[in-house]
Design a protein around this ligand. Structure first.
Ligand code: KIV
Ligand code: NA
Length: 264
């Protein structure tokens, strides 16, 4: 199998082929998703709430994300590995974004980085792209701006459609090689996908995007509780692990583990 490069996603869009992306935060899931042929792995800042126990993506730091990104990059020889730039590590200026992205590229060796925002991120996207670091943009609902956006809400309904369209055009013009669209009405996402030359990747953005992304702990049921409407459940890992842990506890209590074959 070939190693997926940014240009391959562009070629897939041109051929009308859909591609998939999952988050990954560790070596074992990275290796499994790579083996499954998932084209893109995102070391999301969603590690904040899915690995580190925070309530939102805001607290996670560059120092916390780099080791996770390095583990995923090392374990996934074929998938394109994307490292999320966390809140506060790129918004201040293009230079700040460049310094942060270079740290990721040197210390974790992903294939590219992702950042949230539209036209206001054009200087960041331009400088990184000029410096040889491909940038995946992220528009629509952007979790790092949760407080400014007033909570988890669909972006681009009605009058606001033009704002999302403008953000998509701006990140493409700035040089982004792909754009994630989160919680955008399906018809707007379809229009953007037709208009843009770069691939669009949807999460809660309907079926007409060039690619789809899900947070793996949601999609495969490691996390339980309320799920966003856009999540499809492909497995119940919570149930699998709960059963295994309970069986192990029961064995130890009963004295049936370890047996002779586990002993020296
Ligand atoms: O961090 C993340 O999981 C993401 C995806 C939802 C696109 O940015
Ligand atoms: Na993210």
């Amino acid at each position: 199998r070939r190693r997926v490069r940014t240009r391959h996603l562009r070629e897939m869009k041109e051929r009308g082929e859909r591609f998939s992306m999952l988050t990954s935060y560790d070596q074992y899931t990275a290796a499994i998703f790579d083996e499954a042929g998932v084209e893109v792995l995102l070391v999301g800042d969603s590690a904040s709430n899915n690995v580190l126990g925070n309530a939102t993506t805001l607290p996670v730091t560059v120092d916390e994300l780099i080791p996770l990104a390095r583990a995923v990059a090392r374990a996934a020889p074929h998938s394109l590995v994307v490292a999320d730039l966390p809140f506060g590590s790129y918004q201040r200026s293009a230079e700040q974004a460049y310094d942060t992205a270079v740290r990721f590229m040197k210390e974790a060796e992903p294939d590219c980085v992702k950042l949230e925002g539209g036209a206001e991120m054009a200087p960041q996207i331009e400088l990184l792209t000029r410096g040889g670091i491909p940038v995946m943009a992220h528009i629509g609902f952007t979790p790092q701006s949760e407080h400014a956006l007033g909570g988890y809400r669909v972006q681009g309904r009605g009058e606001a459609a033009e704002q999302v369209m403008a953000a998509a055009r701006a990140v493409e013009a700035a040089g982004a090689f792909a754009v994630v669209m989160e919680m955008v009405p399906a018809d707007i996402a379809a229009q953007i996908t037709t208009e843009l030359s770069i691939p669009t990747i949807g999460i809660g953005a309907g079926a007409h995007c060039d690619g789809q992304v899900l947070v793996w702990t949601d999609a495969f049921g490691l996390r339980t509780g309320t799920m966003a409407r856009f999540v499809k459940q492909y497995a119940d890992l919570h149930g699998v692990l709960l059963q295994a842990a309970t069986a192990y506890r029961d064995d130890v209590r009963a004295g049936t583990f370890p047996a002779d074959e586990h002993s020296f």
